[in-house]
Write a protein that binds this ligand. Structure first.
Ligand SMILES: [Zn+2]
Ligand SMILES: [Zn+2]
Length: 392
């Protein structure tokens, strides 16, 4: 879009402001597109078009702003807040400024904000079923496929939603410089810094502001305006896909109490794991019924069935040549009430473990506790001496 090109009336649907007489329009005291001496600039004719910005650094606090609409230079009838935050360590500092707009421009800037956050939320919610569907259709979809699927799902959903939900273009002949984004905003400042950087898309308004402070605006662009939703929605969808993945999987431990190497074959080769004599292994398996064939060499010695829960922990204990159970150990001032040992039912091959911190791993020598705590109890599932209930 060239800067001198007019905006054809009627394009992009009915214009709610078309009937309104604009006293600050081209004939009025306001901006005129081709006025001699007016700085050449590019105006967004469409919401996602490129924009040219002006940046200026002003001493803080800024007490005087031009008494005109920051978007169209019309009468100041309304105010919109612009703010920015600076941070040092955990301390944040916020600075804000009220920016004058005419009623019409305040409304199109607000509408742009609503569309932006609306698209962001919709993009996020439309994207979430993508990893879910993938896990339901493909049980053994690995996390490195499921989680990026959420990111791509959000990007795809945003592209689709943006095409469906288009913003009304703002008529340039009415003097608007901004479309969806604010016409003037606080860009950044240094923590406790004496100045603040501002950006504007209306060179005339910016010129007036800068003159008050004897500052010189610098030109930036033309460039595509940054859209927070294109970062926020994919990021949130990606982060949400992580607990979703865990919710659709269980952590399964495989024990080998024998003197031979065992191979655990899960769901006919969907996963296989080789466990050395006396050792154990673990993996995340998809929720649902599962069948584990235990092989010694070429021979299948046992088939164990179980149900993998959601974000659950399980142990597979083949052969039945030893006993298993849950032991507790107290650290610091903590005391174990009741029995410190719960044997697992004899002969059970598939265990669902709840509130167990250690599976087959030995108790640690010491544990660290949270602030204000003086002791802690750890629970462990593992092999135990069949007669006494102590560790194997
Ligand atoms: Zn305005
Ligand atoms: Zn406007």
């Amino acid at each position: 879009m060239s800067g001198q090109q007019g905006f054809p009336p009627g394009q992009g649907g009915p214009n709610p402001w078309a009937q309104q007489a604009a006293p600050w329009g081209p004939q009025g005291q306001g901006f005129s597109p081709g006025a001699p001496g007016a700085a050449p600039f590019r105006t967004p004719a469409v919401p996602d078009g490129e924009i040219t910005m002006e940046e200026v650094e002003l001493p803080w606090p800024v007490n005087t702003v031009p008494n005109a609409c920051a978007c169209c230079n019309g009468p100041a009838q309304s105010q919109l807040l612009t703010q920015s935050t600076a941070q040092i360590g955990r301390t944040t500092q916020t600075r804000s400024l009220q920016v004058p707009y005419c009623a019409r421009c305040a409304e199109h800037v607000r509408a742009g904000g609503r569309r932006g956050s609306g698209l962001g939320f919709l993009g996020f919610f439309v994207a979430l079923p993508v990893p879910l569907a993938l896990m339901l259709l493909w049980d053994y979809a690995p996390w490195f496929v499921v989680i990026p699927a959420a990111t791509l799902g959000a990007l795809g959903a945003l592209a689709m939603l943006e095409a469906l939900w288009k913003a009304k273009p703002v008529a340039r002949e009415q003097g608007c410089h901004a479309c969806e984004q604010p016409a003037f905003w606080m860009q950044s400042f240094a923590f406790n810094g004496p100045t603040v950087k501002f950006r504007a898309v209306n060179p005339r308004w910016m010129e007036q502001l800068a003159r008050t402070y004897n500052a010189r605006p610098a030109r930036i662009g033309p460039q595509k305006p940054g859209r927070a939703r294109w970062v926020a929605a994919p990021l949130c969808a990606t982060l949400a896909a992580i607990p979703l993945w865990f919710a659709m999987h269980g952590h399964v431990y495989f024990d080998n109490p024998s003197n031979d190497t065992l191979v655990f074959d899960v769901d006919d080769g969907c996963e296989t794991v080789t466990v050395l004599p006396g050792a154990h292994a673990d993996m995340w398996l998809p929720s649902g019924n599962t069948r584990v064939a235990v092989r010694r060499g070429a021979q299948t010695v046992e088939t164990i069935r179980g149900e993998v829960g959601h974000w659950s922990t399980h142990a597979v204990t083949p052969l039945g040549i030893t006993c298993y159970g849950v032991q507790q150990r107290a650290y610091g001032t903590a005391h174990i009430t009741g029995r410190g040992f719960e044997p697992a039912p004899e002969g059970l091959r598939w265990h669902t473990l709840e509130h167990i911190g250690l599976v087959f791993e030995p108790f640690p020598r010491s544990v660290s506790v949270g602030r204000g705590q003086t002791g802690s109890i750890r629970r462990r599932f593992g092999r135990v001496n069949c007669g006494y209930g102590s560790a194997y």
